[in-house]
Design a protein around this ligand. Structure first.
Ligand code: KG4
Ligand code: ZN
Length: 340
């Protein structure tokens, strides 16, 4: 450990998870996430309800993060927060809190890009997890994003492919909704998929040129497929849920892997990392692990707790920005949309 450890409190509130973490340099001392059940009944995140829940959760979540880390506020070297992209009402809760706290403690404030954080989560120091070496390819797959990024250095990233419509997480969640599963359906599709036959039903992959993605056609295909089969057998979903989920997941993973293979071919870079909520998916995790043997890639799959939204990933970016003295001030504004 460095002679002068840097303690950073990081706050993530871009969507429907209120999260806080305390880092000591690049190690995680605590990583606390409070989810928001309230959205389940609406089948998706309701922005107004998300910001209200953040308001209720943020103080206890930060208290618990500090307590679990065994760190006093007075020991903090900086406060990092998610600047965007995300829901404005949600981002504002985290940013306002971070600004007041940094000001009260008289420590630097660090603004972090959520999508950079999903990628740089691989630089958290964890036993058994290697860190990528620049340049590497990162595929960010979440509820809001699907991108392939060439990562040249910590803060030099180039998007070389992205979705032209839905994000892959939305493809999972919308398919789940069609099957009558609650929000967010991605983890449930994954759960059933592990029990089913991935070749039971065939769905066609979209033809999108280059490294871009499209998922809206698949969603429509699944809707018509389910409607047609229910007309013939009202119990079709219940009787085939495992096979349907396995077939959907298989198709989505194939789409992702086809593009990754093309990205490796085009860039000549064989180090491949994944990040974002969908990197929790068992299918993509297995496909990446298999790719090491099959194609000779070196692949990086995040530790499970750093896949879906969390504050440790904000903290690791905060630490590297701290080292480079990339600080913000109270005039920094939250951004619903922000480039990498
Ligand atoms: O990164 P994240 O927590 O939030 C965003 O920034 O969007 O990603 C959430 C997305 C949701 O669409 C959720 O269904 C999906 O990640 N997800 C999964 C799994 N776990 C989370 N999708 C498929 N399989 C999973 N195991
Ligand atoms: Zn995310």
């Amino acid at each position: 450990m460095a002679e002068n450890p840097t303690y950073i409190l990081s706050i993530e509130s871009s969507c429907d998870d209120t999260a806080a973490a305390v880092m000591c340099n690049d190690k995680v001392l605590s990583n606390v996430v409070a989810g928001q059940k309230i959205h389940e009944q609406y089948g998706g995140v309701v922005p107004e309800l998300a910001s209200r829940a953040h308001q209720q959760n943020i103080v206890p979540v930060i208290d618990v993060a500090l307590e679990r880390a065994g760190i006093q506020k007075s020991q903090l070297s900086a406060v990092a927060f998610t600047q965007g992209p995300g829901l404005m009402g949600s981002l504002l809760v985290g940013s306002s809190f971070a600004k007041s706290m940094a000001q009260a403690l008289n420590v630097p404030l660090i603004a972090v890009n959520h999508m950079q954080a999903h990628i740089l989560a691989h630089f958290i120091d964890e036993e058994g997890f290697d860190k990528p070496v620049f340049p590497f390819l990162a595929m960010t797959i979440s509820g809001g994003h699907t991108q392939i990024v060439k990562v040249n250095s910590f803060f030099d990233m180039q998007v070389i492919g992205e979705t032209t419509d839905d994000a892959v997480g939305e493809a999972f969640d919308k398919s789940a909704k069609i099957l009558g599963l609650p929000y967010p359906g991605g983890p449930l599709v994954d759960k059933y998929a592990q029990l089913g036959n991935p070749k039971a039903f065939a769905f066609t992959k979209p033809k999108v040129p280059g490294l871009d993605f499209s998922f809206s056609g698949l969603k429509t295909q699944i809707l018509y497929f389910v409607q047609k089969n229910i007309a013939a057998n009202p119990n079709f979903i219940a009787e085939n849920i495992n096979d349907i989920c396995a077939s959907i997941q298989h198709t989505i993973i194939n789409i992702l892997m086809d593009k990754l293979k093309l990205a490796v071919k085009e860039t000549g870079i064989k180090q491949v990392a994944i990040g974002g909520g969908v990197s929790a998916n068992s299918g993509i995790r297995k496909a990446l692990t298999d790719a090491q043997k099959k194609y000779g890639w070196k692949t990086f799959v995040p530790k499970f707790e750093y896949t879906t939204d969390n504050a440790a990933m904000i903290g690791i970016v905060g630490y590297h920005k701290y080292l480079e003295q990339q600080f913000s001030d109270a005039a920094t504004t939250s951004k619903a949309r922000i480039e990498l």
